[in-house]
Design a binder for this molecule. Sequence first.
Ligand code: ACO
Length: 155
Amino acid sequence: MENQNITFKQLNDDEQVPYELLLLADPSIEMIEEYLKSSFIFIVAQNNKIVGVIVLFPLSEDLVEIKNIAVEPEFQGQGIGSYLIENIIKVAIEQGYKEICIGTANSSIGQLYLYQKLGFELYEIKKNFFILHYPDKILENGIQAKHMIVLKRQL
Ligand code: ACO
């Protein structure tokens, strides 16, 4: 992302949380509200308009999780998702974490591709996670979202 009108920064407490974006990655507002209590939100803005969001959730002294990543639909496929992950990796390293993880559904084929391309490796399967935690059936790419695939990257 060489465009100089693009900025990456942590969202301040007095700034509005971009819920519409967060809901693109996670259809449960209840789950979002719950993890936001202990998370740090970072955004990417283009010409002062928020076009992407990424949420960092500490799991331990060494391990931090990307709980949510989303890019405005009309801005997807332009490298902003990769830019968000590359920048959040820098933040995690600066903050002293040793590992970063991200979980996505078995049906999220594009996301599984993107995360592995950026150095995340398959780590764990949380069986039936989306069936147990989400009331509505989630379909993606013609596949039901049932299991959460957790990927991890060393920092
Ligand atoms: N389907 C197919 N390919 C994809 C997808 C997808 N959903 N997402 C990314 N890719 C591919 C791109 O084609 C691109 O491939 P290339 O490098 O070979 O050209 C590569 O991944 C990088 O794409 P970017 O342009 O950097 O990513 P983008 O800005 O589109 O952001 C994101 C990716 C955040 C997943 C975006 O598609 C999005 O907001 N999707 C809806 C919300 C979502 O699913 N979030 C993730 C849920 S999991 C979680 O939040 C922990």
